[in-house]
Design a protein around this ligand. Structure first.
Ligand SMILES: *Cc1c(COP(=O)(O)O)cnc(C)c1O
Length: 428
């Protein structure tokens, strides 16, 4: 059962005044059946719904809660900043410190602009790439999700993948026609497109580890190939690290894989749970932005002091606690338990993990792209999801999402999770 009586009451009320009762589609649980629960409180790795059911959480507010929920340092930073005012609309010291931290941590970023969501970051990066190159065409990969930007909501992952239509209504055909879609990990298709249309391509945008269609990893050399081919054709390479930035390493996937994109989009972890996004990269490109250059971009709440303080405190705590090493350790612990269980039960399901990000695909087909991910046994996933939830373990309510471990997950939580997962898999 996904919903207690108080959640049911709230959901009924919500549906009267909010489309579908939710403010982001994947929250509606349509992919798994049942109806969403409403959360009253979250702390550490746990959430409690309004009916007082306790769950170990592996969604982590879809990525941002890398320290766990409501970490003391972040809550204190929010209090302290808010005491001095919650928004000025004039530059404040926190923005400078945040920008400096980003430029220091992320190898390819020389200059950065702060915005309020991942969607704003990708939308602005695409506009900037078009302004910089004087070209219109954008290339993206099947199943990658870059927020709900018109030109990027074509063959998109996450909620857009499962909302019942291939893409979105309301996007002019003329916009969609300017977006070329490629299968991930397919060098031949990539070369063919660039050979035919390279001179038209403003930017190639990619989640370097696609994490919105489950978790898919690049084949060796694939990201390098993206770097080479975009450089050769004068197209801007955009790494969308909204999910992976500050989640896997201080410098994101680009640090792990040794690739320097031209532009990088950030979000999620950077805001410590408050609405923050950022995009940055080569100074030569970034200086095309207003007020220096001709590409317009703005935001009333951009660089908001409370959001900056929250994000900065989270990043500092990660550094102080040597967070990435701990998260890798926790990830390995979970991985071992899951792989042992799969082996014991003779299940050939595909498991992928990097650091604290993981996905179990309910398919025996190795997953290299979206088409492979779609071979997953969705009814089996649904059954698994509900069995876990009924026993107090909350995974994302869709096969096509990534799970997140936080620094607040302790050995006992992982042990309990392993038991619940083993029982759920046994019950399939
Ligand atoms: C979540 C996400 C976005 C969109 O960010 P929002 O803050 O939801 O607008 C963009 N790209 C990637 C890779 C994401 O995971």
């Amino acid at each position: 059962m996904t919903q207690g009586p108080l959640s049911a009451k709230l959901f009924a009320a919500a549906q009267q005044v909010i489309p579908g009762g939710v403010n982001s589609p994947v929250r509606a649980f349509r992919n798994v059946g049942g109806e969403p629960f409403f959360v009253r409180r979250a702390k550490g790795c746990r959430i409690w719904d309004v009916d007082d059911r306790e769950m170990i959480d592996y969604v982590g507010t879809w990525g941002p809660a890398i320290l766990g929920h409501a970490p003391r340092v972040v809550i204190e930073a929010i209090h302290n900043a808010a005491k001095d005012g919650v928004s000025f609309g004039i530059p404040n010291p926190y923005e400078v410190e945040m920008a400096r931290t980003i430029c220091e941590w992320v190898p390819s970023i020389e200059k950065v602009r702060l915005v309020s969501s991942g969607t704003e970051a990708t939308m602005s990066a695409v506009r900037l790439a078009r302004g910089f190159t004087g070209r219109d065409r954008i290339v993206k990969f099947d199943g990658c999700y870059h927020g709900h930007v018109d030109s990027l909501l074509v063959a998109a992952g996450s909620g857009a993948l499962t909302h019942g239509q291939p893409d979105s209504a309301g996007i002019p055909k003329a916009f969609a026609e300017l977006t070329s879609i490629l299968p991930f990990n397919d060098v031949e298709a990539l070369e063919k497109l660039f050979a035919e249309r390279g001179h038209e391509i403003a930017a190639l945008i990619v989640e370097p580890y696609p994490a919105n269609a489950g978790l898919i990893l690049p084949q060796p050399g694939f990201l390098k190939k993206l770097r080479e081919i975009t450089a050769k054709h004068g197209a801007v390479l955009i790494f969308d690290e909204v999910m992976t930035g500050f989640r896997l390493a201080k410098g994101g996937v680009q640090e792990l894989e040794g690739i320097m994109p031209d532009l990088t989009c950030l979000g999620k972890v950077i805001g410590g749970g408050l609405p923050v996004g950022a995009f940055g990269g080569r100074a030569e490109i970034m200086d095309m932005l207003a007020p220096n250059g001709p590409v317009y971009q703005a935001g009333t709440l951009s660089g908001n002091p409370v959001a900056m303080a929250a994000g900065l405190s989270q990043l500092r705590e990660l550094e102080k606690q040597n967070g990435y090493a701990l998260l890798e350790h926790l990830g390995q612990t979970m991985e071992k338990a899951v792989l042992d269980t799969l082996k014991k039960k003779g299940l050939g399901y595909q498991w992928y993990r990097r650091g604290s990000m993981f996905c179990l695909f309910f398919t025996e087909t190795p997953v290299k792209n979206l088409a492979d991910a779609k071979t997953s046994d969705l009814p089996a996933f649904r059954k698994f999801f509900h069995a876990c939830l009924d026993n107090g373990v909350y995974f994302a309510p869709s096969q096509f999402e990534t799970g997140f471990i936080s620094m607040a997950h302790e050995q006992a939580d992982l042990d309990r999770t392993a038991e619940v997962v083993a029982a759920a898999l046994a019950g399939l």
